[in-house]
Design a protein. Structure first.
Length: 188
């Protein structure tokens, strides 16, 4: 086994590309984030890591709530635009059609097939970033992204981010069934 050491860095494969939404001064703002994940099952929570200086973080602080929107690959350009430009200098409220759900102060990007409304549960200052843990209050899912009563990843077509090459990727082929495929190993 031939391995290289490459130093300590937040190298994870894959990373989801999401849009974190927050109202800042009463105006919808979205920022692209790749450092996001599940934080808890019951109650359902997720987390996003956001730099202290980000304009969207100001809106999260202001409202105690935020959204996590999962864009499809067809909106990669708009999503990257939201990651390249700060809402402090560029009005991004018109990049996506904004709607509001259960939490009246959380902007949701209509073009994204999945929209998750969160109330801030806890914030953890980790140094360069704040880990914002949000309790999920509601999820909005595009009807055409369902198969057999469940969200279908191939229909959502989420954008995957690659830390190593700063590249955007699409989900590949289905290779097995979770909590099932491993039974073949036990039979060896």
């Amino acid at each position: 086994m031939d391995k290289l050491t490459i130093g300590a860095q937040p190298l994870m494969f894959p990373m989801p590309t999401v849009l974190v939404g927050a109202n800042v001064g009463g105006k919808a703002n979205y920022m692209a984030v790749a450092w996001a994940g599940v934080a808890n099952m019951a109650p359902p929570m997720l987390s996003v890591a956001i730099n202290h200086s980000r304009y969207t973080y100001k809106g999260i602080e202001e409202n105690g709530a935020f959204s996590v929107n999962i864009p499809s690959s067809k909106h990669m350009i708009e999503t990257d635009y939201c990651g390249m430009n700060s809402g402090a200098r560029q009005d991004k409220s018109g990049v996506f059609e904004t709607f509001y759900g259960k939490l009246k102060n959380v902007p949701l990007a209509g073009e994204c097939p999945v929209n998750i409304e969160c109330k801030v549960f806890q914030k953890v200052d980790c140094g360069s970033h704040v880990l914002v843990i949000g309790q999920i209050e509601e999820i909005h899912l595009s009807k055409d992204c369902m198969t057999g009563g469940h969200p279908d990843i191939s229909k959502v077509d989420p954008i995957i981010y690659s830390f190593g090459d700063s590249g955007y990727w699409q989900v590949g082929k289905h290779i097995g069934k979770g909590f099932s495929s491993g039974r073949a190993y036990a039979k060896k």
